[in-house]
Design a protein around this ligand. Structure first.
Ligand code: AHR
Length: 498
């Protein structure tokens, strides 16, 4: 049995958690919108065509913010096409995903859906084929009270009150050659600065996210971040990170070590933000919005065979297995450990497209990755403590990878403690201890465990409960010391309460 220990002190605080770290993402892509959240006539759909079965699962996940409408899609998006009477909305080609977009679901419907799903909108503007003027117009449509062309247009469309959207992305992955209207860092930085300036002139209460690199492998990574921020430091509040992880070569230990990669990625981007702040003698800290993260690789080969120029194809429909869920748990832990700077994060995406929730015409079900997200989002809210993990390690492409990933979140109001932990060892259980004498009177409420003998086990509509958590892990608190046994390759949630 492996042994590890965790050291915490209730005064050693990483952050008061910004709940937006549990955000997600809906793009006009594949069946995320059509047949995902919107399917008129489906048996659970309401009078707006919004699927209640999906809304129920999104509410269960407790997602405080959802990014919309892209993604790559936004770089060619004409938002005006998506509002007003449906019969007048044009169908258009979407070059990002080689499909046809009917525009039967749009901006206003998404704000209605967000209310029903108990979430908020994080809106992206098109800085690919469009620019500052259009971004100002959509903001005016959404947030201006009335008496102007665009705000009155919103009212004419049936939305008297402003949507009051507080968080806006200045484009998407603008460094990517696949992106419509992609740019050099200097070009994008200038446009982001001018767009941000105009948007904040109109509504100073909003916050803005500038595009960082599309992923860590981009050849311009780091220089891109520094140049972009140099241009738009004064206008923006956050810099974005995107990263998808894969196990295409079936090397599970390496795959599970990806959380070390995420950890290093975040630290690098924090350094760049602080470098630009120092260079500018700035007061403002630029925080991070990790607004696309997930596992994505299962669907890449099958998607190459998809027919083009159809509507809502089965695109990016990764069927997640047990080891994917284990990594999602580790990635969540990593994000929380960096919550002093990562204020926003979006699991990409939410429904059908690389998503925790899947649908068919007849039902909706939870993929394996649903569960770690559900546990963290529902139980790990409050104050994140510095969690010193002393664990045996293994060698990986990122350097030493600890077998144990863990973080402890304290909620003083509710007098709860939640320990999230992944044992990455494929063949050994692990005994973990933690001195909790500062938390006198705390008892274990439950120790939830998710594991499976088959790392490739999946949940499907026919068999939706192949991989799911159970209560019954081995843990106890005695004389102020927590001792837990984490089974080999397992996700653990130890919930404690005074
Ligand atoms: O989430 C799928 C796609 O991944 C997004 O559209 C894009 O931003 C990223 O490359």
């Amino acid at each position: 049995m492996k042994k590890a220990s965790i050291i915490i002190d209730k005064e050693f605080i990483v952050s008061q958690l910004d709940e937006r770290i549990y955000g997600s993402f809906i793009e006009h892509l594949g069946r995320a919108v059509y047949e995902g959240i919107y399917q008129p006539g489906q048996k659970t759909a309401d009078d707006q065509g919004l699927r209640q079965d999906v809304i129920d699962l999104v509410r269960e996940l407790n997602v405080p913010i959802v990014r919309y409408p892209g993604g790559n899609f936004v770089s060619g998006f004409h938002w005006e096409d998506s509002v007003g009477p449906k019969e007048e909305r044009p169908a258009k080609v979407d070059l990002a995903w080689s499909v046809i977009e009917s525009n039967q679901f749009g901006l206003n419907e998404f704000t209605d859906w967000a209310k029903k799903a108990n979430t908020n909108v994080m809106m992206a503007v098109n800085l690919g084929t469009r620019g500052p003027e259009d971004a100002k117009n959509v903001l005016e449509y959404c947030n201006f009270a009335g008496g102007t062309y665009y705000s009155d247009l919103r009212k004419k469309h049936g939305y008297e009150a402003p949507h009051d959207i507080k968080l806006w992305c200045l484009g998407n992955e603008m460094d990517g050659p696949w992106q419509m209207g992609h740019k050099t860092a200097a070009e994008y930085g200038r446009i982001a600065a001018e767009t941000g300036r105009m948007m904040k002139m109109l509504d100073p209460s909003i916050e803005l996210v500038a595009c960082g690199s599309s992923n860590l492998e981009m050849p311009t990574f780091a220089q891109w971040e520094a140049t972009v921020l140099d241009e738009c430091y004064d206008q923006v509040d956050y810099l974005s990170l995107h990263q998808y992880y894969q196990n295409a070569d079936h090397n599970t230990p390496e795959f599970l070590a990806s959380s070390v990669g995420m950890d290093q990625f975040i630290s690098s981007v924090v350094s760049i933000c602080d470098y630009v702040q120092a260079k500018k003698r700035g007061k403002k800290k630029i925080n991070l919005s990790f607004d696309e993260w997930n596992v994505w690789y299962h669907s890449i080969e099958p998607d190459k065979k998809l027919e083009k120029w159809v509507q809502a194809p089965h695109q990016l429909e990764d069927v997640y297995n047990f080891e994917d869920a284990l990594l999602i748990g580790s990635l969540l832990i990593t994000l929380l450990r960096h919550s002093d700077r990562v204020k926003i994060a979006c699991l990409a995406q939410l429904v059908n497209v690389i998503a925790p929730i899947m649908t068919s015409d007849t039902g909706a079900w939870r993929q394996t990755i649903f569960y770690p997200f559900f546990h963290a989002s529902n139980y790990a809210r409050g104050t994140v403590l510095h969690t010193l993990v002393k664990s045996p390690v293994y060698d990986s492409r990122y350097g030493d990878a600890p077998y144990l990933d863990s973080v402890l979140v304290m909620n003083e109001e509710e007098e709860t403690l939640t320990l999230l932990a992944v044992n990455k060892s494929l063949d050994e259980d692990m005994e973990v201890s933690c001195d909790l004498r500062q938390f006198a009177g705390y008892q274990i409420v439950e120790h939830i465990v998710m594991s499976h003998d088959d790392m490739n086990a999946v949940n499907t509509e026919a068999d939706p409960d192949q991989v799911k958590p159970v209560v019954g892990g081995i843990s106890r608190i005695e004389d102020g010391k927590l001792t837990a046994v984490l089974g080999k390759h397992s996700w653990n949630v130890i919930r404690m309460k005074k």
